[in-house]
Design a protein around this ligand. Structure first.
Ligand code: FE2
Length: 256
């Protein structure tokens, strides 16, 4: 099966780029499943209900989240009805939404699991390693795709080595910078970070001047999301549904 996983969609320009590019990618590749990280979709932090439906309308099947999952207050009102959305399994609060989702794709059962890393991350209730070990018995004989939303490349690479024969893909998100280490580890497709689908001329999605001011020591409390035209970052996965092994992972980066 062919899967497209789109890296962190940031703000208005990220959404516009998905709208512009996804139809032609779908036509060219006939993906069986499209997953996107949407934790920065609404003004750079969180996702509101309108934007959740907007992304599904562009052809995205499942939306994963991250450390900003609960940044918009309205998420508490709609997340339990949003049956195409996955929030990190191991962050607080734990009683809203689901941490993994199971779908039938090409006759196979596919689990999409969202986890946060525990290095340099707040509100993480349990190490992703412990969460995964606990969940594995439930995922027996299923294709498991993990969005590991984490800061440290070391944690993401270590996770892939630990679960290289039980996960079909471990895909890093959160840093907004695509890494060039897409590869197979065991039978698992891996990349440290898929990269951002968001404003190209920005500092990981935010206005350049404001971030520079912060680094110069000025008191900057909030950052504006850049509206510069977005780059598109994703990976294409090919997974053999007969044995759940990844055949390939290919990086995609389309710059404006
Ligand atoms: Fe994040």
């Amino acid at each position: 099966m062919k899967i497209l996983f789109i890296g962190d969609i940031v703000g208005k320009s990220g959404r516009a780029t998905v709208k512009e590019l996804l139809p032609s990618l779908l036509k060219e590749h006939s993906f069986d499943l499209v997953i996107a990280n949407g934790e920065n979709v609404t003004h750079g932090k969180g996702i509101n209900e309108a934007h959740y439906h907007e992304l599904l309308g562009y052809g995205i099947d499942v939306i994963t989240l991250g450390n900003h999952a609960f940044s918009k207050a309205e998420i508490y009102k709609y997340i339990d009805k949003a049956d195409k959305m996955v929030r990190p399994y191991n962050i607080l609060p734990q009683d809203y939404g689901v941490g993994y989702l199971e779908l039938e794709v090409c006759g196979a059962q596919v689990v999409i699991l969202n986890l946060c890393g525990s290095v340099f991350m707040e509100n993480v209730q349990e190490s992703p390693f412990n969460s995964m070990a606990k969940l594995l018995p439930l995922f027996k004989d299923k294709i498991v795709i993990v969005d590991l939303h984490a800061e440290a490349t070391s944690e993401k690479i270590a996770f892939a080595h630990q679960f290289k024969y039980t996960c079909s893909a471990v895909l890093g998100t959160h840093t907004h910078v695509q890494t060039a280490d897409d590869r197979l580890i065991g039978s698992c497709a891996f990349i440290s970070d898929v990269g951002m689908t968001g404003p190209y001329n920005s500092i990981i999605g935010r206005d350049i001047t404001e971030v520079l001011d912060k680094f110069k020591g000025f008191n900057v409390k909030t950052y504006t999301v850049s509206e510069d035209k977005a780059q598109f970052c994703a990976v294409i996965l090919d997974i053999d549904e007969s044995n759940r092994k990844a055949r390939s992972i290919t990086r995609l980066q389309i710059r404006p």
